[in-house]
Design a protein around this ligand. Structure first.
Ligand code: DX5
Ligand code: ZN
Length: 216
């Protein structure tokens, strides 16, 4: 599955026309649906929860990637999987028992990802890298769409790649935040497998074309 994947973030979709935006993504060259769940505690913003996830389940025809920016994610991961999540990612900073939560997700039949905030070093993943299906590197501080990309992410991609190789891990590397047409190809070249893009897709004149361009 090592390839250039684009995961548009529904956080920047038009919630008055969510079905329309999901159908646009079904038609487009987008690979995954990225679903950003925020609780107003782990991050300083509240996005949406299960009712929106149900709408995604009804209409999305592609892989659904749920990014939980919430405290105590272990309480909710199973319900997200029941509502169609193919992958659930939890923050390193939000999990007291990360190993248990990763295996809880996988035991319910979904892929499990671990997320690092910009200030959390990659070396914190040394003892979990062999267990995870994906590492999500935040390239902005989580909580809002449309923020500026943090350049230190390139260094973290290369450190994550080294960690993956030295542990014979099959984890994918995902980058989330501030991804645009200006940095997408550079991020893929640096070793990212999956790029999340919210603002740059949904605020563009032609989102389908933007998704296509993000891949090349
Ligand atoms: C940020 C979210 C991101 C965000 C990306 O907290 O996790 O997925 O929606 O948005 P852009 O691409 O607008 O930076
Ligand atoms: Zn996200």
């Amino acid at each position: 599955m090592k390839t250039k994947l684009i995961a548009p973030s529904l956080l920047s979709a038009d919630f008055g026309n969510l079905q329309r935006d999901i159908e646009m993504l079904n038609r487009s060259q987008a690979d995954w649906f990225h679903v950003d769940v925020m609780d107003g505690r782990f991050v300083p913003n509240i996005s949406f929860g299960f009712p929106v996830m149900k709408t995604v389940q009804q209409h999305a025809k592609k892989f659904v990637d749920v990014h939980l920016m919430i405290v105590e994610p272990e309480k909710y991961v199973e319900e997200f999987i029941e509502l169609g999540a193919d992958l659930v990612s939890v923050h390193y900073e939000a999990c007291v028992h990360l190993h248990r939560t990763i295996h809880q997700i996988q035991s319910k039949g979904a892929k499990a990802g671990v997320v690092l905030n910009p200030a959390t070093p990659v070396l914190m993943l040394e003892d979990i890298i062999a267990d995870v299906d994906l590492v999500l590197l935040m390239s902005v501080n989580p909580g809002f769409g449309g923020q500026r990309f943090i350049e230190n992410t390139y260094k973290k991609i290369s450190e994550t790649k080294d960690l993956i190789l030295s542990n014979s891990s099959t984890a994918l590397i995902q980058v989330d935040g501030g991804v645009t047409l200006d940095n997408a190809s550079k991020l893929f070249e640096a070793g990212a497998d999956v790029l999340v893009a919210g603002h740059s897709v949904f605020s563009s004149q032609d989102p389908e074309r933007t998704i296509e361009l993000l891949k090349f």
